[in-house]
Design a binder for this molecule. Structure first.
Ligand SMILES: Cc1ncc(COP(=O)(O)O)c(C=O)c1O
Ligand SMILES: [Zn+2]
Length: 366
């Protein structure tokens, strides 16, 4: 049975609940559901993220909104003389991993009969929600910061969504959308826990592609943490179901210019010395991540840590990866600057099975 549970007061809601937070205390909602993995059946199904059907909390097959997404290649790529498994999640319909979350969230929206949604984003989540909404014939309004890449804005508009360019920062855009959601369904990748039920399939696919074995380490970019939290849920689901023997260590990468989570993790988050500057990694430029406590808790539980990367390091990784044929967004390149740092931290890393991912396609760059 699927339940929405308030992370602050514990109040429970049915999946048909349409508010974006707890109506009693305003707390964030989490989703509780037991994922099942009938392995023999899964192996016979189409190679998409929906092959883990019993692990995705959508009741009816007719509700599913899908482009047969997922099961992206997992390539072994040399980085600093180490071979790293890299998931090619820039190869989704809308060009970023956000399609994982959008497919499940918009399927849920369709299942509960919602006809119009609103979402705010740095661009990629908005593009994914717009693509799946138009497929489901659901009306869509997307709020983005004014300086969002023009390619992402034209992509969102091409899907037929209405675009609202509001605010200089992600936080100003997020505030503007909250004024809208009084009367509209908020298909938020940050607040809505169904989004994480899609991003968690990253963990299922990686594990299946490694022969149903969890890797030792997963290195992920983090802004609002929708990939990190999804990955944590996914690896934990597999561990709880007895399929894997461990949950991998999660290494979280932030841009040094906007690293509130890394600062809080190392307890240097005193307001006096915490400054946010702009970064080319626009997708992870989140100064106030709503699920900060959950993200830090997930990293701690897996005995992982945070790595921060500066603008020069991000650009250097962008260029190096592109020279090897991997054209990605600077946000995605930040991850590989983080991979480099992680490898350099210790010789022993040579023996670890490390997985990372290209989260967004370079064709989205202006
Ligand atoms: C390309 C890319 N990578 C990574 C992220 C980070 O995702 P999250 O904010 O959920 O941590 C984003 C978010 O927009 C993104 O666009
Ligand atoms: Zn509550």
């Amino acid at each position: 049975m699927v339940k929405l549970i308030c992370s602050s007061c514990g109040r429970e809601y049915l999946p048909t609940y349409k508010e974006y937070k707890c109506s009693s205390c305003g707390g964030l909602l989490n989703l509780q559901f037991e994922a099942k993995f009938p392995l023999n059946e899964i192996k016979r199904r189409k190679p998409t993220m929906w092959r883990y059907r019993e692990a995705i909390p959508i009741e009816k097959d007719e509700s599913i909104v899908s482009f047969d997404e997922g099961f992206t290649p997992l390539l072994l790529i040399p980085i600093n003389n180490h071979k790293i498994w890299v998931k090619q999640d820039h190869l989704f319909q809308s060009g970023s991993y956000k399609d994982r979350g959008a497919s499940v969230l918009i399927s849920h929206v369709k299942e509960i009969g919602v006809k119009s949604v609103v979402e705010d984003s740095s661009g990629n989540a908005g593009a994914a929600i717009a693509a799946y909404s138009t497929k489901a014939k659901i009306k869509c309004d997307i709020f983005v910061p004014e300086k969002t890449s023009s390619s992402k804005i034209s992509q969102i508009m091409a899907y037929g969504a209405r675009i609202h360019k509001i605010g200089q920062t992600r936080e100003e855009t997020a505030k503007a959308v909250l004024r809208e959601v009084e009367n509209k369904y908020y298909a938020s990748h940050v607040y809505n826990p169904y989004f994480l039920q899609g991003t968690k399939t990253f963990a299922y696919e990686v594990t299946e592609q490694l022969g149903w074995k969890a890797p030792d380490v997963v290195i992920l970019p983090v802004g609002n943490g929708t990939l990190l939290l999804g990955a944590y849920i996914g690896f934990t689901d597999l561990f709880k179901a007895g399929i894997t023997k461990k949950v991998p260590k999660i290494i979280s990468v932030q841009a040094a210019n906007c690293a509130p989570l890394a600062a809080a993790f190392s307890k240097k988050n005193d307001k006096a010395n915490f400054h946010v500057k702009s970064t080319i990694a626009e997708g992870i430029a989140i100064a106030v991540p709503m699920r900060a406590n959950q993200i830090i808790d997930a990293v701690k539980r897996t005995k992982g840590h945070f790595v921060t990367v500066n603008e020069e390091e991000i650009m250097a990784s962008f260029e190096e990866m592109a020279r090897n044929g991997y054209h990605m967004e600077p946000t995605a390149a930040a991850t590989f600057a983080g991979v480099q740092k992680y490898i350099e931290e210790s010789e022993s890393r040579k023996n670890e099975v490390i997985v990372s991912t290209i989260t967004g396609h370079g064709l989205k760059n202006k």
